[in-house]
Design a protein around this ligand. Sequence first.
Ligand SMILES: [Cu+2]
Length: 392
Amino acid sequence: MTQRSVGRGRSFGSRRKLGALAGLFALVAAGCAKASDKQQNGLRPAGKGARDIYHLFMPFVVIAVLVGLGVMFATVYFAIKYRERPGNENPRQVHGNTKLEITWTILPALIMIVMAVFTVDLIWNQAGSHPGSLHVTVTGKQWWWEFDYTNNTGKQVFTANELHIPAGRYIDFSLRSDNVIHSFWIPSLNGKKDVMPGHLNTMWVKADASDAGKVFYGQCVEYCGLSHADMRLKVFVDSPADFQKWYQSQLPGWTPTEVATFNKWNSTYQCSGCHYIKGVDATTDKAVEKGTMPIDFGPNLTHLDERTTFASAKYQLTRDNLWQWIYDAPAHRAGEFGKPNECPKRGANGAVHTDKDPCHVGMPSFKNDPVEPMSPDTAKQIADFLLGIPKQ
Ligand SMILES: [Cu+2]
């Protein structure tokens, strides 16, 4: 009796393990399928940076596979050849073989040195800058990206989460953070680079001229808090003419009529206290232009309607998604153990973040505003306005 039940228990356990393994495999496979949908594939490089890495990586893979197969083959071969057989005597005992030991020390060392030389050379190369390049300062936030083009012409052009770059031209990035460590990665265009507080890192990309019109996705690849996994970005590779068109479209501010409409809501919810909107406040505009004011607590909303996604490319920019976000943003950001992000409620004076907040990042919930809870209708009106329907 006992024996049977033990036996049954065992086979059930191993079947369960097998099931778990199959499940894990399916999960990994599903993850990969999703990633390739979004064109996050370093093995299908679409620009010089990613291709340089690919051309370094592939020979290394070949070497690694050859060495791995060699070791595996030798292990199995010797295990079979020298296995114990009836009548075997003890083999001759040997202690050390100087020639062999020198060989298997020097050969791998040589391989490593050769790999290191090429790798270090590429690392230096990838941090370099280029004359005539476009310069973009990337700031990692919790949990979104800011892209600032101001260094090129001195004109204030900065946007969030959606990067526009001209095809066929070097883009030199400066990477900075004013919070925690992030890592910037657009697999199709280049390798990863850490985005550090207190230290400026640099890297570049150069999309192929033939890739104009393509869209690539990127991702933060250094755990930076609860919504890290959702911290994506979208890259539009434009033809040079389309890029110029986009750049020009980012220059104008809102008209006085637009500002007047917006101020109906802004005076209550103080969106512009966290979000820069060109035209809403002349004093802020001047300070931003002089570079004396931080502009990036929240994303620049001046040209939100020209983006296709928001909240670090997590949501499509549709009316439904947008009004729900404005209504109750924390519910749309991951929090602890899959619960919504319990982010700050707005203080009575409109001031928002204090050190006593359980979490002082992100956009507050206006649905739960302690001063004036927002109605869904108001959120819809604001969404319509921001989407430009109708943008009076
Ligand atoms: Cu992150």
